[in-house]
Structures are given as structure tokens and as C-alpha cells.
Design a binder for this molecule. Sequence first.
Ligand SMILES: C[S@@+](CC[C@H](N)C(=O)[O-])C[C@H]1O[C@@H](n2cnc3c(N)ncnc32)[C@H](O)[C@@H]1O
Length: 136
Amino acid sequence: MAACLSSQVLDDLVARENFEYAGVSDKIKILVGPAAETLQTLPSEEKFDLAFIDADKASNLTYYLQAKRVVKRGGVIIVDNVVRNGTVANPDIDDENVRGVRNLLQHIKNDKEVDATTIGTVSEKGYDGFLYSLYL
Ligand SMILES: C[S@@+](CC[C@H](N)C(=O)[O-])C[C@H]1O[C@@H](n2cnc3c(N)ncnc32)[C@H](O)[C@@H]1O
């Protein structure tokens, strides 16, 4: 079972088409709406192996805490775009996306229930990275 959370109906249509094309529609539930709300509707008993977080960065920590609620022990939580061309480590930069990543990293630093690392990525958009955390 997989859940796909999206804020827009267009995303929903594109996702639905892709899942149909891949032949996995019957395994995926699409929830449309603000993820901070839709995530709360996922029952805690429905434990997932993996969560991939890649929505509005300001809400990273909210999504991470919700992901921990629905991911099983031994599962993985991935958060995309946590390097942001080095802006996260640059004290002169302070926008809501950067703050969203820093809040998450501060939280994870003290979270003894996860082991986490960041894996760097490079693309035509510059350099970035995703956080890979294992829920112990
Ligand atoms: C960077 S895209 C990532 C899409 C997908 N992970 C991919 O790689 O193709 C960000 C997505 O998050 C969705 N999004 C942004 N804010 C959201 C929110 N508050 N709740 C739910 N989805 C949101 C956007 O609609 C968009 O589809």
C-alpha cells in the first residue's frame, strides 16, 4: 500500500495517469489537499516502509513528524532538497525554505530514534542533497 499526498488537482491527475500506466493504481491512494492536514488522516496502524518528503520546505518538520508516525521501525524517511546550493549552511541567508530545512536538521540532531545522513546531488540546477534517515 502507498499513499501519495498532493496539494493540487493537476498533480493528482498526472499522478493518477502515471500510476495507471505503471499498472499499480490499485495499490495507491491519492490524497489531495494540504499535506499537514491529509497526513493526519493516515491511520498510525497503517505502517509504511518508506516516506519521501518533497513539498513546501517550510513545513518539513511537520511532515517529518507525521512520517515518523506512519513509517515502521526499520523504515526510511527521505527529505529532498536539504542542501539548497549551500544556502542552508550560510548564516547570511534566512528565507522560509532554508529555515524549514534548518528546523528539521535541529530536530533530527536530537532525535535518538533515527540515524540520518545527507547524500549530495548535482544537476543543471546546481547542487543539493537529500536527507536519508533510518527509523531505528
Ligand atoms: C518539488 S514538487 C515535487 C514533486 C515530486 N516529488 C516530484 O519529484 O516529481 C513539490 C510538490 O509538492 C506539492 N505541495 C506543495 N505544497 C504542498 C502542501 N502544503 N501540501 C501538499 N502538497 C504540497 C506541490 O503541489 C508539488 O507537486
